[in-house]
Design a protein around this ligand. Structure first.
Ligand code: NCD
Ligand code: ZN
Length: 345
């Protein structure tokens, strides 16, 4: 197959940042995706409906002319989030989910939750008001190997949450392990997982290929090949519990190529094309639409998009660097070839 047409996709996990950076990052996503679940880990975080409304307006102002890209906002769950915050969020037409970060897990997560039980009343309100909980599913204890953080989170917390809040909609964001896939496939109740394109494309060797590769550093870390294979099987299976979430997370080049580099991979400029590469390699191009465009809206209870996009099998090269707000960002696959190209939009 050299050309495919799919219903317009959505990105169910995206970092857009703020300020002038939006003028570069928003068009990169709006090029392909109709909607995106926008992560709230700004500094300070997006904690209330009014923060989310203001951030949404800044995003809308950065859309390219004629774009009707729709940012779906989220709130950052802190230990001071109240049941009233949740009620207000559920009533709003702007906030679609609440994001849980364990304190210290990743970029701008110091306001995150230290003890999960402390936010149980708030999670109960989310269950009652049908507001999904999006989880950065990692434990951060210093004695846990960083490659095991996700598996330990599942064991210690996820099952307990599932049993305590049986009707809560939960998304295990950026699933990276076979353990996560198996859990999500078999758990009772409304649970799903997003899968990034970098976790589908690379295993952990890519972090050390000929030297230390900061542009392959993200959290959760990319894992062993057997985990990558499990992610590919899940993404290409058509199973409704798995859908597209890029976790595209731009950082300035100097902040990544540093003594203590930031976690985050900027995949938005070629996200849909790279996912297409993965599905082609797996012989599953016919399952791309379910993963990218159908399963996410079904989980969130939203309609599928009206439009379509076309992808052509045509090789092109990603730019080495992208200039954004006086900064330089190195995108995923910088200076390298990509085998598919979106031909409309
Ligand atoms: C994200 C970021 O930079 O905001 N980084 C990342 O490696 N994925 C935060 C996150 O989602 O963990
Ligand atoms: Zn993220």
């Amino acid at each position: 197959m050299t050309r495919i047409r799919i219903r317009q996709p959505d990105d169910w996990h995206l970092h857009l940042r703020d300020g002038d950076m939006l003028n570069t990052v928003v068009p990169a996503t709006a090029r392909s995706f109709a909607r995106a679940i926008v992560m709230p880990n700004l500094k300070p975080p997006v904690r209330t409906v009014s923060d989310a409304r203001a951030y949404r307006e800044r995003i809308l102002a950065a859309r390219p002319v004629g774009s009707d890209f729709e940012p779906l906002m989220t709130l950052y769950l802190t230990e001071t989030t109240t049941v009233d915050d949740i009620r207000e969020a559920a009533r709003s037409d702007c906030v679609h989910a609440v994001k849980y970060y364990p304190a210290g897990a990743t970029t701008n997560s110091d306001s995150g939750v230290r003890k999960l039980e402390r936010v149980f009343p708030v999670i109960e309100a989310m269950e009652k008001h049908n507001l999904p909980l999006l989880m950065h599913g990692e434990v951060t204890d210093a004695d846990i190997d960083v490659f095991d953080r996700e598996a330990v989170f599942i064991e210690r917390h996820l099952d307990g949450l599932r049993t305590t809040f049986p009707d809560l909609k939960m998304v295990l964001e950026h699933a990276t392990t076979e353990d996560a896939i198996e859990y999500v496939q078999s758990a009772p109740g409304p649970i799903a997982a997003t899968i990034t394109v970098h976790h589908l494309l690379y295993n952990r060797n890519a972090l050390f290929e000929g030297g230390l590769r900061p542009h392959h550093y993200c959290l959760p870390l990319i894992k062993r090949e057997r985990h990558r294979q499990a992610l590919i099987s899940a993404a290409t299976s058509g199973d409704e519990r798995f859908f597209l979430g890029t976790d595209s997370a731009p950082h300035p080049k100097h902040a990544k190529e540093s003594d203590c580099g930031c976690a985050g991979i900027y995949s938005a400029p070629a996200a849909i094309e790279l996912y297409t590469e993965v599905f082609e390699a797996a012989g599953a191009l016919d399952k791309l639409e379910a993963f990218a465009s159908l399963n996410g809206p079904a989980f969130y209870g939203l309609p599928v998009n009206d439009g379509f996009i076309e992808l052509e099998k045509r090789t092109w090269s990603m730019e080495q660097e992208i200039t954004a707000a006086k900064e330089t960002i190195v995108p995923l696959r910088a200076g390298q070839r990509i085998g598919w190209r979106q031909s409309n939009g």
